[in-house]
Design a protein around this ligand. Structure first.
Ligand code: G3P
Length: 494
């Protein structure tokens, strides 16, 4: 057995990549699936789409690699986090569409818990805040809105999972109901310090504990796939939420290191080692990974809209036909116009946490065209990252990285990465392999299978593609970021 299969079930697509033992990608497959927006602020996925595209891309990647199923030593799984699936333990069928992490339907319920003074408890135990982003409220919403669901959950007939758990259930033919510590840490029900589901929080959010999965290490035995799926049973040996998998894939193993991943949203993680650091700047404290029972923690800054702003340019206002066009438009834009876009389409995440806030564009003139809008969209990614970067460095103090490691789809845009370096006033490092999420998942499984190297050797394999050095003057940087800050304040006040 010579290869690892990594599956990345993301927000807009599922991907599978086959890696060799040196963690070089050999073959891949990817499929998008439909997004459903049943009402303003609501975002759902069909769990059957999540499963079908994961299984299909996994099979296609193995086939494209020209490998017999016997060559795959293990599967690593990584996933969009927080998204909730509740299914029938008997049939394996979901009882409601998946309620996606971006979904804001529980905003009022979260606000209510906050006014009742519960945020301190939630934050102290889970490292999270009371925001509709996290799973607990979504679980309760489904149990309250699907007829008979709450009673069935109490009787033990239903199972809850983030997408990893649902896929593990399907992959193993219902033999395993488990998740890993990083995914558990995003539910608002898991005590990240004691490492267990918290009965008091489950009572607060009205989630019956019998529906929760068992929590395992990130590199652990998550069961074997049904034999008919790939022609033989393959062990699932690695699981991590996608942002944590990306931090692993970026080899951010030393406390102080920071990575930012640009997918649908942008998620920056700062490794804080064995210490769970509480944030003074409304960042999240979360589990980076748990290996051999030992937890490494992280501070996380979560931005809900990054790559999605380019999707909006393409599918919403339709001023581009493909994402690749934004770079050319941004280069052609008149920099003097100073259009500022605050892409708060699904509210603002860190460090503001304003679920009710919506997007805004400032500084429009009659000369503003697609180029200026594209430029403002890309710039918004840089400014949002800078807000996180500053918050992280304030929380962590001396010893925080002075370089940002980037990955994900948008990291391919030289223009965006240069603007990011300019606005941070710090170098931005893009690795040769920007597919760090799947690589992290593959490493977890490959290491557990005994096929891939340990942490140190893996970290040495991280290779730089390009460093973007800041070139903007401090005056311009300050003026630009000041305009951004004022635009965000105005959007929040609207
Ligand atoms: O917390 C949400 C995050 O896990 C989603 O990531 O890459 O699917 O946008 P992505």
């Amino acid at each position: 057995m010579t290869h690892i299969l990594a599956i990345d079930q993301g927000t807009t697509s599922s991907r599978a990549v086959v890696f060799d033992a040196s963690l070089a990608p050999v073959a891949q497959a990817q499929q998008e699936f439909p997004q459903s927006y049943p009402a303003p602020g609501r975002v759902e996925h069909d769990p059957e789409d999540l499963w079908a595209t994961s299984a299909a891309t996994a099979r296609a990647a193995i086939e494209r690699a020209g490998l017999a199923p016997g060559a795959i030593a293990a599967i690593g799984l990584t996933n969009q986090r927080e998204t909730v699936v509740i299914w029938d333990r008997g049939t394996g069928r979901a009882i409601h569409p998946a309620v996606v992490w971006q979904d804001r339907r529980t905003a009022a319920a979260c606000a209510h818990l906050r006014t009742e003074g519960h945020e301190g408890l939630v934050s102290a135990r889970t490292g999270l805040l009371l925001d509709p982003y996290f799973s607990a409220g979504k679980i309760a919403w489904i149990l309250d809105h699907v007829e008979g669901a709450r009673a069935r959950a109490e009787r033990g007939e239903l199972a809850f999972g983030t997408v990893d758990s649902f896929l593990i259930w399907r992959l193993t033919g219902g033999r395993v109901h488990a998740t890993d510590a990083t995914n558990a840490a995003r539910t608002s029900l898991y005590d990240i310090h004691r490492g267990e589901w918290d009965a008091e929080l489950c009572a607060l959010f009205r989630v019956p504990m019998g529906i929760l999965p068992q929590v395992r290490d990130c590199a652990a035995d998550f069961g074997r796939t049904r034999a008919d799926l790939f022609g033989r049973e393959i062990p699932i040996l690695g699981v991590a939420g996608d942002q944590q998998a990306a931090a692993i894939g970026q080899a951010c193993f030393t406390p102080g290191m920071i990575k930012a991943t640009y997918g649908t949203g942008c998620f920056a993680l700062l490794n804080t080692g064995e210490r769970a650091v509480a944030s003074n700047a409304r960042l999240l404290t979360t589990i980076a990974w748990r290996l051999d029972g030992r937890v490494s923690y992280a501070l996380e800054g979560s931005i809900f809209i990054a790559g999605a702003v380019v999707q909006w340019l393409r599918d919403g206002v339709q001023i581009i036909r493909s994402a690749g066009e934004t770079q050319g438009l941004a280069e052609a834009a008149d920099p003097e116009q100073g259009v500022v876009m605050v892409p708060a389409f699904t509210g603002l995440g860190a460090p503001h946490w304003r679920p009710e806030c919506r997007g805004a564009i400032f500084g429009l003139t009659r000369a503003t065209g697609p180029a200026e809008l594209a430029r403002a969209a890309l710039e918004s990614v840089g400014h949002q990252t800078r807000d996180l970067w500053q918050a992280m460095r304030a929380d962590w103090g001396a010893g925080a990285a002075t370089v940002l490691r980037v990955d994900g789809g948008m990291a391919a845009s030289d223009w965006t990465m240069q603007y990011l370096a300019d606005i941070l006033g710090a170098p931005v490092d893009r690795p040769r392999v920007t597919e760090t999420t799947v690589r992290g998942a593959a490493w977890l499984a490959g290491m557990r299978a005994g096929l891939c190297p340990g942490m140190e050797e893996f970290a040495q394999g991280w290779a730089l593609d390009r460093r973007f050095a800041p070139a903007m003057t401090p005056e311009e940087r300050a003026a630009r970021h000041d305009r951004w800050t004022r635009a965000v304040a105005a959007a929040m006040a609207f």
